[in-house]
Design a protein. Structure first.
Length: 223
C-alpha cells in the first residue's frame, strides 16, 4: 500500500523530460483539493504513474496550458481531419493520461491505494468541434451530474467529463465502480443521446481505467 507522504518518481525515472524551463507541471498539494487522480506523463505504454496523488485542479491547469499538450493535440486533430487513423493512434499513445477510478503508483489493480469515487463520461464521434464545445458546457452545468472536470477529447470531436459519485457501500469496489459508471452512461444516453446522435462509451470498466489528457484552453473545473 502506498503512502501520500512518499515522493513521486522523478521525471527522469519515468523516462519523461519536461519542456525546457518547466521543471514540473504539477504542485503536489494534497490538502488543497481532496479530489485526486494519478497522472502519467510518459504515454499509455508506461504503467508507472509519474504523479500518483495529483489534485484535479492541477490537471485542469495542465490541460489549459498549451506548452505541455498543445502541439500533440493539434497534430492529432490534423491527422483526424486527414483521415489518417494510424498516425492519430500513434500520436495519442504518446499523450499524458490520468487514472481516475483509484489512486496508485502503478497502473495495476493490486497496487491500488484507495478508490476515488470518480467516473468518466466519455463521448466521441460528434459532428464538429462546435458540438463538442456545446456538449461540454451542457454536461458541466447539468445539476444531476456532479461534474468536476470537462474538456474536449484529443480528436476534437468528443468530450471527457469527470464526475464525482458516491460508491455503493453494499457492493465490492469493482462492482460499485461498474454500477456507478453504468448509471452515468444510461443517464447520458437517455437525456442527451438522441439530441446529439451519440452514445456514451461503454468500454470495459475497471479500477485502473485511464483517460488521455490533451490541450483545451477552455477546460472547465469545479473544486
Amino acid at each position: 500500500m502506498v503512502n501520500t507522504d512518499q515522493v513521486a518518481p522523478s521525471a527522469t525515472q519515468t523516462g519523461y523530460l519536461p519542456a525546457a524551463n518547466h521543471e514540473s507541471p504539477f504542485k503536489e498539494d494534497f490538502t488543497k483539493d481532496p479530489c485526486l487522480v494519478s497522472v502519467c506523463l510518459g504515454g499509455i505504454n508506461n504503467t508507472w504513474l509519474t504523479y500518483p496523488f495529483t489534485p484535479l485542479e492541477a490537471v485542469a491547469e495542465f490541460i489549459r496550458n498549451p506548452i505541455y499538450l498543445g502541439k500533440t493535440t493539434a497534430e492529432i486533430r490534423a491527422a483526424v481531419e486527414a483521415g489518417d487513423k494510424e498516425l492519430k493512434d500513434h500520436l495519442k499513445s504518446s499523450l499524458a493520461y490520468m487514472m481516475y477510478p483509484a489512486l496508485a503508483e502503478r497502473r495495476r489493480t493490486e497496487l491500488i491505494f484507495r478508490p476515488n469515487s470518480l467516473f468518466c463520461l466519455d463521448i466521441d464521434h460528434l459532428d464538429s468541434l462546435k458540438s463538442a464545445e456545446a456538449l461540454k458546457q451542457e454536461l458541466f452545468n447539468d445539476e444531476h451530474l456532479d461534474a468536476r472536470l470537462a474538456f474536449i477529447s484529443p480528436s476534437g470531436l468528443g468530450v471527457k467529463v469527470l464526475i464525482r459519485r458516491p460508491l455503493n457501500p453494499h457492493l465490492s469496489i469493482v462492482e460499485a465502480q461498474k454500477e456507478g459508471q453504468n448509471c452515468i452512461n444510461e443517464y447520458f444516453n437517455s437525456t442527451y443521446g438522441s439530441r446529439y446522435g451519440v452514445m456514451a462509451d461503454a468500454a470495459s470498466i475497471d479500477l485502473v481505467r485511464t483517460c488521455y489528457l490533451c490541450h483545451d484552453a477552455g477546460v472547465l473545473f469545479r473544486g
